[in-house]
Design a protein around this ligand. Sequence first.
Ligand SMILES: Nc1nc2c(ncn2[C@@H]2O[C@H](COP(=O)(O)OP(=O)(O)OP(=O)(O)O)[C@@H](O)[C@H]2O)c(=O)[nH]1
Ligand SMILES: [Mg+2]
Length: 381
Amino acid sequence: MKVKRYIANDAQEAMLKVKAELGANAVILHSRKIKRPGLLSFLKKPLIEMVAAVEENEKEKRYNIKNEKSEKNEKKHVNKPEESYKIDELKQQVGNIESLLNSFIDKMDESKELEEPKRSALFDRYYNHLVESNIEKSIVEKIMNIARKQVSFSGENEEVIAKAIKIIIREYLATPNIINEDSKEQKRIVLVGPTGVGKTTTLAKLAAKFAIGKNKSVGLITADTYRIAAVEQLRTYSEILDVPIKVIYEPEEIQEAIEAFKDKDIILIDTAGRNHRSIEQLEEVKELISYINNPDIFLVISATTGYKDIISIIKSYDFIKDYHLLFTKLDEASGLGNILNAKILTNKKLSYVTTGQSVPDDIENANSEKIANIIVGESHE
Ligand SMILES: Nc1nc2c(ncn2[C@@H]2O[C@H](COP(=O)(O)OP(=O)(O)OP(=O)(O)O)[C@@H](O)[C@H]2O)c(=O)[nH]1
Ligand SMILES: [Mg+2]
C-alpha cells in the first residue's frame, strides 16, 4: 500500500492532488486543518492536510471490468466483417423486440396461461446463468418465459436471446430516480439501512458530489451517536469537504438541526446502522423520519447481501411509505441479481450505486441498461 501526505489550500485542491497522483482508487485515511506557517498566520484560512493511500497494482473495479467486457462483446459481434450479412437481419429482429417485450411484461402474470414454452440448451444455459447471478428462481422463470415467447417470433439465435433477456431485465429495473439538485425546494436526504452497508461513506460521496461537483450549499446531520467513531467519521468528511455538520442525540433534535440549515440547498442526514430484526431500533428510525418534512429517504443495501436477508430487510423497512433503493459494494458482489430481486420485491425506484471505498469517486447514478448488461453479459465469454 502506498501512503502519501498532501498539503493544499482547501479540500477540493487536496482531493485533486490525491486523485492526480494516486488515482481514482485512493482512499482518504485522514484529514485536518493546519495553521499556515509564519507570523499572522492565524489571520489566514488554514491549510488542509490530507493523508491518502492506494493499493499498489490494485485491479480495476469488477463493476467496470464486467461492463467493459460486455460492451466489448457487443462490439465484437457487430464488427466482425464475416457476419456483416447478418447485421440487417439482426437489427430488424432486435428492433422489434422492445415494443413486443413491453406488452409481454405487462401481461407477465398471465404468462403461466400461455402455451408451454419451448426449451433448448441455449435457454437452459441462460437460465442457469441468471440463477448464478443471484436472481431469484421464480423471477428467472418469468424472464425466460417472456424471452422464449419473444424468440419464437424472431427465431432462436444467441444474440437475439441475450438481447431479449437484457431488455426484459432493463424493463424490470425501470428508470432510476436520482436527486434533482437543482430543485428550488430544499432537499432533505436521509440514508437508512442495516449496519455496515456503507451509509456514512455514501453520504460523504453524495456530499462531495453536491458541494464540490455541483456547487450546492450542503449541511450534514448525523443521528449516529451510538459509536464515538461514527461521529468522528462524518466530522472528518465534513472538514475535508468544508461543509457544516450537526450532531443530534435524540430524534426530536432533528427539527432544530434542520432549522439551523434552512438556508442550505441540500441536507444530508446519516442514521445509525440498525439491526433490522430489532423492532425497538427501527422505532427510532421511524420517529426520526416523522420529524422531517418531505424527506427523500434512501434504503441502503449492500449488493453482497443474500436473498433471504434482502427480503427480511425490505420487510422491516416497510413502515416507510416512499423510499429509493441505493445499492453499495457492487465491486464486491458476486452477481448483481439482488438488485433486480429487491427492485421487484419493493417496486421502489433505484437511485445510486456505489462501487468502492473511495470518497468521492466510487458512486454513480444507477443505470438499468448497464446493470442488465452486466447480469447477462458474462455468458457470452
Ligand atoms: N468495497 C466497498 N466498500 C465500501 C463501499 N461503500 C462503503 N464501503 C466500506 O464499508 C465499510 C462500512 O462503511 P460505512 O460507511 O461506515 O457503513 P455504515 O453503513 O455507515 O456503517 P454503520 O454506521 O456502522 O451502520 C467501510 O469500510 C467502507 O469503506 C463500496 O461501495 N464498496
Ligand atoms: Mg455509519
